[in-house]
Design a protein around this ligand. Structure first.
Ligand code: DC
Length: 247
């Protein structure tokens, strides 16, 4: 068990969250965008620069996807996912400032990075019962802390009142090449065509699902990182954060 490192826990979604009644204490930065746009790399660096807590919500969806895979479910067994989603207890904590994800008490931080888990997460995250399971956890975190939270529906659904909203994207080619090189560096054997295909499929699923699809919030700042360096993107986002804090 994570013991004293344990900070936040997802509870079954039974009471509706009423935005007006919630006192917002944390400064919230939302970063949404498609797979491979560099959200987590950028968000971690902004978090370090500004002293925010980085919350990777994709990791939470991956943990539930891992639970389904461990239970022997395949991607087409949506009804079973709905039935057993409640059995997956997702918790997050921080070790030396690095987010750790626990699934029913087990630290699964590295296991959830596999491509198979990412692909399952892209399917199971469309299941409303799965999303409901994580909604309170994400909102509670943002309410209590200064966070930079990345995902697909943070600015549109989870934190509609975020202080800064960023929609970070890049061309499919750029994203596929980045992921391909990342995987090669990890020693994973794959082709650029396979990764491009995976990214296109994920984009389609994330953008076309019924519940909380990926889209740019009306008040989000669009950043296309295709021709930008990591530090240029970080600098740009930090400049918006400064702006808001100074107001
Ligand atoms: O960012 P990622 O690749 O770790 O996310 C894995 C999947 O989880 C992604 O395909 C879509 C889903 N996801 C989501 O639906 N909503 C979020 N806020 C974060 C991730």
């Amino acid at each position: 068990m994570p013991g004293q490192r344990l900070i936040w826990q997802a509870y079954p979604f039974h009471n509706k969250w009423k935005r007006k009644e919630v006192m917002k204490l944390g400064y919230n930065v939302a970063i949404d965008g498609p797979a491979g746009a560099g959200k987590s790399t950028i968000a971690k660096l902004v978090a370090k620069e500004k002293g925010y807590i980085y919350v990777d919500t994709g990791a939470m969806y991956r943990a539930i996807a891992l639970y389904f895979l461990n239970q022997g479910l395949n991607a087409s067994e949506i009804e079973k996912m709905k039935e057993i989603a409640e059995q997956a207890q997702v918790e997050i904590g921080y070790e030396q400032g690095v987010q750790q994800v626990y699934l029913n008490g087990e630290n699964v931080t590295s296991k959830i990075r596999e491509e198979a888990v990412g692909n399952m997460a892209s399917i199971s995250s469309a299941v409303p019962e799965v999303r409901a399971r994580l909604l309170n956890l994400q909102r509670t975190l943002a309410q209590k802390e200064d966070v930079i939270m990345d995902g697909r529906d943070i600015g549109t659904n989870i934190l509609p009142n975020a202080d800064v909203k960023i929609y970070l994207t890049a061309s499919v080619e750029t994203r596929a090449k980045r992921r391909f090189h990342e995987l090669l560096a990890k020693g994973v054997s794959c082709t650029l065509e396979e990764i491009t295909h995976d990214i296109e499929q994920r984009d389609f699923r994330d953008m076309n699902r019924e519940t909380a699809p990926l889209c740019q919030a009306k008040d989000a700042i669009l950043i296309d990182s295709s021709d930008m360096t990591i530090s240029e993107v970080v600098e740009k986002i930090c400049s918006y954060c400064n702006k808001n804090l100074d107001e």
